[in-house]
Design a protein around this ligand. Sequence first.
Ligand SMILES: Cc1ncc(COP(=O)(O)O)c(C=O)c1O
Length: 425
Amino acid sequence: MFGRFKFINPEICPNTELDDAWLAFKILLQKNITVDSQEKVKQWFKNFFNLTDTCQIYLTDSGRTALYLILKSLNLPKNSQVLIQGFSCVVVPNAVLQAGYQPVVCDIEPQTFNFDLDKIEDKITPQTKAWIVQHTFGIMVDMHRVKQICNQHKIVLIEDCAHSLGSTFAGKPAGSWGETSMFSFGRDKIVSSIFGGAVIINKPNSEWQRRLNQEYQKLPPLEPEKELKSLVFTIISGFILPLYHFWVGKIVLSLIMKLKIVPDIYSYEEMLGTDKFFGQKYSDKLAFLLLNQLKKFEKFRIHRKKIAKIYSDELNLKYYPQASYLRFPVNLEWLKDQEDYTSLYNSILSRCKKEGIFLGIWYQNLFANKETDLSKFNCRLEDLPTAKRLLQKRVINLPTHIHVNNEDAVRIVKEINTALQAQST
Ligand SMILES: Cc1ncc(COP(=O)(O)O)c(C=O)c1O
């Protein structure tokens, strides 16, 4: 029966398979990892992006730490402005504040949920020094236009590839357009070791790179507790969560949540918005776990695109063949023209939940949680009309990860269509 034998949730370890859980178990029993796993991860990135040996890669505990390292080492004048978009994660504006700059939050456009390039020039001032371009859900914005705007205004282009490892624009990969780029290996990303991140910087022998190296050296090692929780959580996700619908999994999940074994994606302080920095280095053990995911990267990539294509065909929505589709976003406005989408939104979510499938809810809030104090980022929703409209329960994200098969995708579409029909009658 649909969803009976698996746990489909794009938030909770969507990439973890049995071999990952088994590996995590073996790593847990080992004192030291003998292979140089962090070097191997770097080598994977060098091969993937065809990088020369002069190009540096730094591995961190998270994407946010990677972003901080990039921004801090840029060494811009204090209070320089950095363009970021709404529909992001709170840790992005946090990293800007932590580096001593001002985030300038820009509006999005409703098709790809990326920067609205028609509005961007209104936000550029002489203080604008950097632009963090995020390829939301793995869909890329027109990068030729972005590059042209950056060149014209002498703005440093930073690519946030937290959602988009494997996406391309005009045949060129996400992560190779900017002067620097960052990646996340968080638990709900393209490949995952529960925590992790990377910086790529292609500025050999530059002051920027020297400072980045210095900032990296200052980071403390990964907290042993964070590493332990990541391994335990991987084991539980691989072995127990598939039993979610037999109650065992459900009970174990609520137990590990209560016991705080599920590592929080961010702390309460980070959730509110903060200029305090918490970053750490990566670890050999998590890198070892990640290497197994990277081996499956191509399988994951092909799978996500295949599932996204089913959603696009069945719902008659645009498909971006170059996108990696971390999730398949649906703006409910594309399906139906009405004033208030709340009941449709709630109905789709609850229908799928009854079938054992949790849909993603990026973005119900500008920075993915309702606690964030937007005034810390000098941001008012009134200034972001498209984002403000879409935040009113109009965007759902359909899962594309490896545990979703063709039949699941078709059933999700069926639930959406039934909810739409119920609205019309
Ligand atoms: C767009 C974007 N950038 C950066 C990050 C930060 O990644 P991490 O959680 O690894 O710090 C996230 C996290 O969800 C994100 O969605």
